[in-house]
Every structure is written in C-alpha cells, then in structure tokens.
Design a protein around this ligand. Structure first.
Ligand SMILES: [Zn+2]
Length: 415
C-alpha cells in the first residue's frame, strides 16, 4: 500500500483519497462478509432491548450490553452519568494502540419509541429488510462499531495512539445530558466518525456520508400584561394574549432574512379563566440552524422586532435556548468523506456525499470547536426511523463494515 510521507491532516484535502487503492482489500472484504450473520445477531439482541430515551431501565440495559461487548473487544470501559434529563449512562470504551492518531467513534443507544412498542412493531425479517424499533437509528450504528472493531481486532490492527468509542443514552432528546461531554471528548481526538444511519433504497438511490446537519434551539416569547375583570372592567386590563398574537404575526418571518436559520412558532398558552383579561401569555418556537452564529443573529432580530407593541403597558421578552449545535464539516472532514467514496468504489459501490440534513445529530457536538475532523452517517442503511416501519437493509451490512474498517486502517496510517 502506498504510504504518504506528508501529513494529510496538515494538508487537508486530497491526500487521503489518493492513498486509497482502487482494488479491494480482499481479506477485509471476506472478513466483512463473514461477520454479517454475527452482526445481525447483535442487532436482534439490541432491538429486543427497548430503550426509549426516557426508559431509564431500558437505556441501562443497553449500556450493560454495549459495555460488556466493548470489554470483550479489549477496551477499558467507563460509565458516566448524563448531566441532565431522565438519566442513564454514557458508555465509553478506550483502546490504546501503537500508532499516532487519536480516533473516535460515536453512536447512540436510545430510541424515540415508548415502552411497549415491540408489541406492535416486533423484530421481523422480510427478505433483505429487518424491521424493528431503533434498528437503523441507531442500533445499526452500534452494530457497525462493534463488529468493525471485532474484524480489526482479529486482524491484529492496532495502528492508532488511542481509539475511543462513545455510546450515549439521550441523543433523541437532544443529547441534553451528554452533548457537552461529547464535545470535550471529541476535542481530544483527530477524527470522529459518527454512526447514524444512511438512507436506504427506495428512499435514497445510494448510501451516503453526511457533512452537515442543522442545529436546534428553542424560542420562547413571553408577554406580561395586566389582569382585569373581562366583563366589568376590560379596559383596565392589558391583554397579554392579544399582544402575543401581535408579536407572533410580526416575528413569524424574521428568520427568512437570516440565511441558515429557520423559526416556526409551534406552541402557545394564555389565560386561565374565561372571565379575566389574561395577564400572561407565552409561545414556543422550533428553531433550526445551519450557521454557527444563527442564535445570536436571530436573537438580535427578534429583540428589535418586539419593541413594536400593540398594547402599551405590556412587557415582551424573547429568549432563545440553544440546543444541539449545527454540524458543518471542516475540510478535513470532507477529505475523509471523499476517501469513503474511493473505498466504496473499491467494492463497486457508489457512495454519495450529502451536504446537509434537517435532522440534528451528535456530529454537531463533536464538531463544535472544529478541532477534530468529523463525518456523519457511518451506520447501516435503513429507513422509517421515528416512524412505524423502521428497517435496515441487510445488503448494506458488508459494504458498511468494509467502509468502516478500511477507513480506520487508512486513518491510522497517516502521521
Ligand atoms: Zn439517531
């Protein structure tokens, strides 16, 4: 294999791609093929564990399962309590190698489904599809990590300084208790490969790697008015509900003038009884961001808009609470995705590079400081996540194992 004398990380683009061979690594390919049945067994075991984000017992079972598997692979493991939310542990596995690069793999153990989902959506094999809650998002990602590391362990690969695996229990609720930790851990690594699913046929013509995902934030618009008898003395009141309506209308399009931001008012509440002019009203907005400074710009624009009031004497306040940061891959991330395309070409498959998705992922936390090169969607191909017919495409198992193992070998080589 051609080895480059210079550092691809320093140079950025191109070098990694050029060092990828056109012919497949037959040994690795055979190992990926041999691993397929075991990966499916692992998937079934994990789908049998219901692990909705709020299901503390379920996510603990997933943590027990994945920690045991990482230990069996030779990792030093650690569990960390999440700092916010319903609870659960982040499972961290660390491998010490003989090389120079620091590599990190992330996936999440929780699903969007409530306890009892298996009764209506059981694990089910149908041709090249396997259905089950969370099977693609993101148990497929965990399976790719575990079985790729098994293949590489069997091959005696240790060409890394440190290889870290992190599985969190709260991705589907914004990683509210693990996101900060993911950011900090990612900053200690050169590369982070995030293992969310890639869309399967027929939803997508080809599998892909992802370089961007929107961030999230919550907007809150609060109006303080003055209560008064709605029948006897309405004019003495300051109607918070009416003022809220005015503010919603005049701010509804505010994000349209700020590229990379989106705001939609989605909830509202005002008043408590019919016969009182309401003194409080509040609305909530779903905010999506594809630019790092989106929150600040949106806040400034909203603050300016709400100065214009309909009802004098009311107080209006807008706050934006940032959620998951937007993910916009850096040039090193892009170079890795391009190397992925070359790796897929070795096994005669086409890999697309997707620039941006509306769904937020933990790649945003990993990429926040820009220190590590981050690429998303190393999980299995699937579809129907967050819906009623979630499945993975078993034809993606071998290519995805080949991609991950081949990529790690390649990333480890570069000094
Ligand atoms: Zn996910």
């Amino acid at each position: 294999m051609k080895r480059l004398a210079t550092s691809w990380l320093a140079i950025g683009l191109c070098c990694l791609t050029s060092s990828v061979l056109a012919a497949p690594d037959e040994k690795l390919k055979a190992a990926a093929e041999a691993a397929k049945p075991a990966l499916i067994d692992t998937l079934r075991d994990m789908v049998m564990i219901e692990s909705g984000s709020s299901d503390v017992e379920g996510v603990k079972k997933m943590a027990d399962f994945t920690e045991a598997r990482l230990k069996a692979l030779g990792a030093k493991t650690e569990r960390r309590k999440v700092t916010h939310g319903p609870g659960g542990d982040i499972v961290i596995g660390t491998f010490e190698g003989t090389g120079t690069r620091k590599l990190m793999l992330i996936a999440h153990m929780d699903t969007v489904y409530e306890r009892g989902i298996s009764a209506s959506e059981p694990y089910k094999v149908d041709g090249n599809r396997i259905y089950g809650p969370g099977i693609a998002d993101d148990k497929g990602g965990i399976a790719v990590v575990l079985h790729s590391l098994q293949i590489l362990k069997d091959a005696g690969w240790r060409d890394y300084a440190k290889l870290t695996v992190s599985f969190n229990p709260d991705e589907e609720i914004g990683s509210i208790g693990s996101g900060e930790f993911i950011s900090e851990l990612a900053d200690q690594h050169d590369v982070v490969l995030s293992c969310e699913p890639t869309a399967a046929k027929p939803a997508a013509p080809h599998e892909s790697l992802l370089l961007g995902a929107s961030g999230t934030a919550t907007g809150t618009l609060e109006v303080k008015g003055l209560a008064s008898h709605a029948g006897a003395a309405p004019d003495r009141g300051r109607n918070a509900l009416i003022e809220l309506a005015h503010q919603l209308l005049q701010t509804m399009d505010v994000a349209k003038a700020i590229p990379g931001t989106q705001l939609n008012w989605t909830t509202a509440k005002a008043g408590t009884v019919r016969n009182q002019i309401p003194e409080d009203a509040v609305a909530g907005a779903d905010i999506r961001l594809t630019v790092p400074d989106g929150v600040a710009k949106l806040q400034a624009a909203l603050d300016e808009k709400v100065k214009d009031k309909l009802i004098p004497g009311t107080e209006v306040k807008v706050t934006i609470t940032p959620g998951r940061p937007p993910f916009v891959a850096n040039e090193r991330g892009r170079a890795i995705a391009q190397a992925g395309q070359a790796i897929y070409a070795e096994i005669d498959r086409k890999l697309l590079i997707a620039e941006m998705t509306g769904g937020a992922t933990d790649a945003g936390y990993a990429n926040r400081s820009g220190k590590a090169a981050v690429v998303e969607s190393f999980g299995l191909a699937g579809f129907g996540y967050h819906a009623r017919d979630e499945y993975i495409d078993t034809d993606s198992i071998v290519p995805r194992l080949y991609l991950m193992t081949r990529m790690l070998i390649e990333l480890g080589k570069h000094t």
